[in-house]
Design a protein around this ligand. Structure first.
Ligand code: CTP
Length: 400
């Protein structure tokens, strides 16, 4: 996907520098040329030889290396890439960039990059207290305002032994961000994408309902990502606390039967259907018109709701159909079964038992299953970046 692209990877001196080796490897595997610039401190954490071997290009470091082609190597180096990423970006390099200081090769090249023509991603990585220091915070804020793309650090265990925000965004996630920035050229232009999201509510009486913990975050992130890439998006959503993304056709529903009706209505025009909704499988037999008053023991009888995805699977013609499987055990076995029974082209399986996966949280850890039995393990990443990855995979598999 990234063939013919040149990426400039700036590495400054932080523990997360070792992850940049993986990022370089991923980028090279995608077919792009990677030019690495390391600061003096970065070389204390990872060897330039490693980066040279991974990228096939000598690493640039000092302003006055004898190997450079001309005395204005910083300008040439800044003109060459399609995108620049600084990962990890330390407090120091962020501070220099904010203040316009150019005292080594990386900081000089960064000032020479034309932001109008070449996106620059900064992936901060540092201890939480440093990240929250007013100066650093202010610098990140200013850089974001000036058009730099900030890969907001993750929460988690830090190299210093503390836990908190400051972990550099994972390489695979950075790769998705890079693709997103490079291909904001709308690879989904004209494609009709129908997405369902959130829980459904099955009323028992005017004040009570059966539902589940779905927040809708995954489906909304998918809708936003597809929209950003130019798709015509219809988002059919059960009740959530989220703001629908701008520029889409938003269809709020409450119950599974309402979701069913809207999905079926919109199916014909769809090229891709993604069912991220957590649909209630059952609803109360009776929906009482008045509030039920308590009186001793009580039993609620339930009837099955339509399986929307299964019906779409049986009916589909041109549509590429993606389902979700949220499981607490036997993830692959259950996901495979759903894929087969519902006639899906792809299923996104998540293990609800894993920390950072499933309902309510902003991140997910999933396994993607494709027709033919192929399984791809995706590490923890934000639902937004995962959405772009899922759209990449749909694009690849739809063409087959
Ligand atoms: N789904 C649906 N309609 C239903 C139930 C589920 O369209 N009535 C869809 C979901 O949107 C999801 C997929 O089917 O994409 C799997 O949902 P899940 O709740 O994991 O599984 P179920 O098929 O309901 O099976 P079970 O509850 O037995 O795990």
């Amino acid at each position: 996907m990234l063939q013919d692209k040149t990426i400039l990877l700036g590495i400054s001196g932080g523990i997360a520098a070792y992850k940049s080796a993986e990022l370089a490897r991923l980028l090279v595997r995608e077919g792009c040329s990677v030019q690495v610039i390391m600061t003096r401190s970065a070389k204390k954490f990872i060897s330039p030889l490693t980066m040279h071997a991974l990228t096939g290009r000598p690493v640039y470091s000092s302003l006055f290396d004898s190997g450079y082609r001309t005395a204005t190597a910083h300008i040439q180096t800044a003109r060459e890439p399609d995108l620049v990423i600084v990962a990890p970006a330390t407090a120091n390099i962020l501070g220099k960039l904010t203040a316009g200081i150019a005292d080594d090769f990386l900081s000089t090249v960064l000032l020479a990059v034309d932001l109008e023509k070449c996106p620059v991603i900064l992936a901060p990585s540092m201890n939480t207290t440093m990240l929250e220091n007013a100066a650093v915070k202010g610098n990140i804020f200013l850089l974001g305002k000036r058009g730099y793309v900030i890969a907001d650090p993750n929460d988690g265990d830090l190299a210093c032994g503390e836990t908190g925000k400051g972990r550099m965004v994972e390489p695979l996630e950075l790769l998705e961000l890079i693709k997103k920035k490079l291909f904001s050229e709308k690879d989904y232009q004209g494609v009709n994408v129908l997405i369902s999201a959130g829980p459904t509510r099955e009323a028992l009486d005017p004040v009570r309902f059966l539902s589940n913990h779905s927040s809708g975050k995954m489906g909304y992130a998918l809708a936003r990502a597809a929209r950003e890439r130019g798709a015509n998006v219809v988002l059919v959503s059960g009740p959530t606390a989220l703001e629908p993304p701008a520029g889409i056709d938003f269809r709020p529903v409450v119950s599974a039967r309402e979701m069913y009706a809207v999905m079926m209505d919109k199916l014909e025009k769809a090229d891709i259907v993604v069912k991220a909704a957590a649909v209630a499988d059952y609803r109360p037999v009776e929906n009482f018109s008045q509030k039920i008053k308590k009186a001793g023991e009580m039993q609620v009888n339930l009837v099955r709701n339509p399986d929307i995805l299964k019906e779409i699977g049986a009916k589909k013609n041109k549509q590429f159909l993606v389902g979700f499987a949220a499981e607490t055990e036997k993830l692959l076995e259950h996901a495979r079964k759903k894929m087969e029974e519902k006639n899906l082209d792809m299923i996104v399986a998540n293990d609800l038992g894993q920390k950072g996966a499933g309902f309510q949280v902003d991140t997910n850890i999933v396994r993607l299953l494709y027709q033919g039995g192929f399984v791809e393990d995706i590490p923890l990443m934000t639902k937004y970046h995962l959405s772009h990855l899922i759209l990449d995979r749909i694009k690849d598999h739809r063409g087959r």
